[in-house]
Ligand binder design. Sequence first.
Ligand code: SF4
Ligand code: SF4
Length: 303
Amino acid sequence: MNMYAFTMRFFRFIRKFVPDGVRKSDFIQKSWSLLLRKLSMPNKLKQTVLGSISVHITEHCNLNCKACAHFCTLADEQFLDIETFRRDCIRLAELTNNDIGTFWLMGGEPLLHPQVTVFFDIVRTYFPNIRIAILSNGILLPKQPDTFWQSCQKNRIEVHISNYPIKIDRETITQKATTFGVVLAYLGDKNTEWGKMFVLDIHGQRNYKKSWNKCAHANNCTLLREGKVYACFVVAYIDFFNKYFEQNLETTEQDYIDIYKIKNQQEIFDFLYKPMPFCRYCNVENLERFEWGVSKKEISEWT
Ligand code: SF4
Ligand code: SF4
């Protein structure tokens, strides 16, 4: 079981034990911290098989949530080029011997990409035996043609929906998934409180090692973006934040690893296992809670 699945399973399990009068979110968070301490932070164990890799096939989004952790609310319209993706998949398959825990296709909103099923074909070609899933906000799912569902079925693509407190036509989605035999899952509870997954210190004054040590995303949220592997979404997509708010949170060559410059996947595992200079921008101790809503694109949503 990869770290993501483990986290979700734990959250589902522990919410059954919330005592009366205690806020569910506080109880879950406290239990999670306790468990990580007991297990010596399993997300900080060096990987021996890449647990997961995520790729944005669309950078922008049709929902634009407040404080979007991937900064997609701030992104211009941008679609991943098919040939770039194919080239990266070939190289990644070569490095990993076609073996990754889960390959996530996401965004932004991946269903905005006009050639979404081409990505399904490509990943399945180079990773014939792994778990592949698309992560969507679900808005466009009921409108997908049968060819979309047929491609999911043919390529064994799971459809996962992030559970936002918005109206989507769940009945049609369930009916389509059932008809075509596609695995369908909802992530998270739409009634839970939302929270910042990180708070940026735009002056970069934090101790980068301490931030990394306390960060739940470190060594746990691997992303691939145009030939480069990043340890988390913050460092991978900070350019959207920098551009929109005219900031300069700096990334250097020590904050990612180029899959075309390394000899083997061990170099990826070694890279993911250590703090990066960019972690100095993350104030991981001061995560905040808020009600889900549409972004006003104010810098305070991320800082
Ligand atoms: S739906 Fe997901 S990707 Fe889109 S803005 Fe919301 S959090 Fe970001
Ligand atoms: S940059 Fe470092 S501290 Fe910040 S979210 Fe990523 S891994 Fe965590």
